[in-house]
Design a protein around this ligand. Structure first.
Ligand SMILES: [Zn+2]
Ligand SMILES: [Zn+2]
Length: 330
């Protein structure tokens, strides 16, 4: 089968590798749609731990084509979305139910072969069946949406609060929709005019190009700030945009080893609550439900559909200012 593999820092190779066999406890999925994620770029640059050679792609949907021994939950023909994160189930965090904090966490498409291939073998319990009526294209968003659902759980928005979402990429645009569903008045901050337009179309009440513009609109700041851009600059700005007693949730990924200047004196005196939301603990089923019900729109977020052979070029360059989600199809 054709697959795009991460070989070493700086090198993605598209070529033929053997089809996966259905092993015990796993299902083989014919990949239908696979999303390109910022994490894939971090992996290629050596900024996120991986185990090359490995097929990347951790946001995908597809059809079950083979079922391994011992699998009773799935049949050939089932439509599924992959939850890429595999927790060990035995470490202290897992035993407390905090599976995203598993000490031995590995991810499909990061440390083991993922969805930038014709087929991918997935543990049956990580192949979530699609709710009735949900199509495979939308289902490819269930993993990033599940990360945002977790972020909204962490943010604990109450109806009527004001929320600022920093970053107009796919995570930001999904968080805008979830914050709106949670009853917040939502501002999106993004420099990109194209992303501002999409933000407005998916429910942001107002948009700003910069934190200064945001301040002009909401001088007191917001009850909730969701940092979804993952840059040093925006990480440093996020607490300053929080209202007194506000919450900041870090969702974006800043490269390992990079730091930012925060001012504990300011955070303390204003009791700004700094929170983290990492991946998708038990949230992907809800994400699938939100997609199936039509509460979250994904069509405006797909800016390009490409083939696997395009991946080396796409992953080696930063997304353009109007790019949101690139889907690999076929
Ligand atoms: Zn991702
Ligand atoms: Zn564990």
């Amino acid at each position: 089968m054709q697959a795009a593999r991460f070989m070493e820092v700086g090198r993605i190779e598209v070529g033929d590798i053997p089809d996966p066999d259905p092993v015990h406890g796993e299902v083989v999925v014919r990949v239908s749609h696979a999303g390109v994620c910022g994490t894939d770029r971090h992996i290629l640059k050596g900024e996120f731990p991986s185990r090359p050679p490995v097929v990347l792609g951790h946001e995908f949907s597809g059809t079950v084509v083979a079922v391994g021994a011992g699998v009773t939950t799935h049949s050939v023909g089932d439509l599924v979305a992959c939850d890429p994160n595999i927790a060990c189930g035995a470490c202290p965090s897992c035993l407390l139910g905090r599976i995203n904090l598993c000490e031995n966490l590995i991810a499909i498409g990061v440390q083991r072969n993922g969805g930038f291939a014709e087929f991918s073998s997935v543990p049956a319990h990580r192949a979530l069946s699609l709710p009735a009526g949900l199509d495979l294209r939308s289902a490819a968003f269930s993993e990033p949406l599940a990360c945002c659902v977790h972020a909204l759980d962490v943010a604990a928005i109450r109806p009527g609060e004001r929320a600022i979402v920093i970053g107009g990429g796919v995570i930001g645009l999904l968080c805008v929709q979830l914050a709106r569903l949670a009853g917040a008045e939502v501002m999106l901050i993004t420099r990109s005019p194209a992303r501002q337009v999409i933000g407005g179309s998916v429910g942001a009440h107002t948009v700003a190009a910069t934190p200064e513009e945001a301040r002009e609109q909401w001088p007191r700041g917001a009850d909730i700030v969701l940092e979804c851009a993952g840059t040093g600059e925006t990480m440093a700005q996020a607490p300053r945009l929080a209202e007194r007693g506000g919450r900041v949730v870090i969702v974006g990924v800043l490269a390992k080893g990079e730091g930012v200047l925060i001012e504990p004196f300011d955070l303390l005196l204003r009791e700004v609550d700094l929170r983290m939301a990492f991946v998708n603990p038990f949230t992907q089923s809800r994400a699938l439900q939100l997609l199936a019900s039509g509460a979250i729109s994904t069509a405006p977020l797909v800016t390009r559909e490409v083939g696997r052979e395009d991946l080396p070029g796409i992953l080696a360059s930063q997304p353009g200012p109007s790019e949101v989600k690139v889907l690999v199809t076929g």
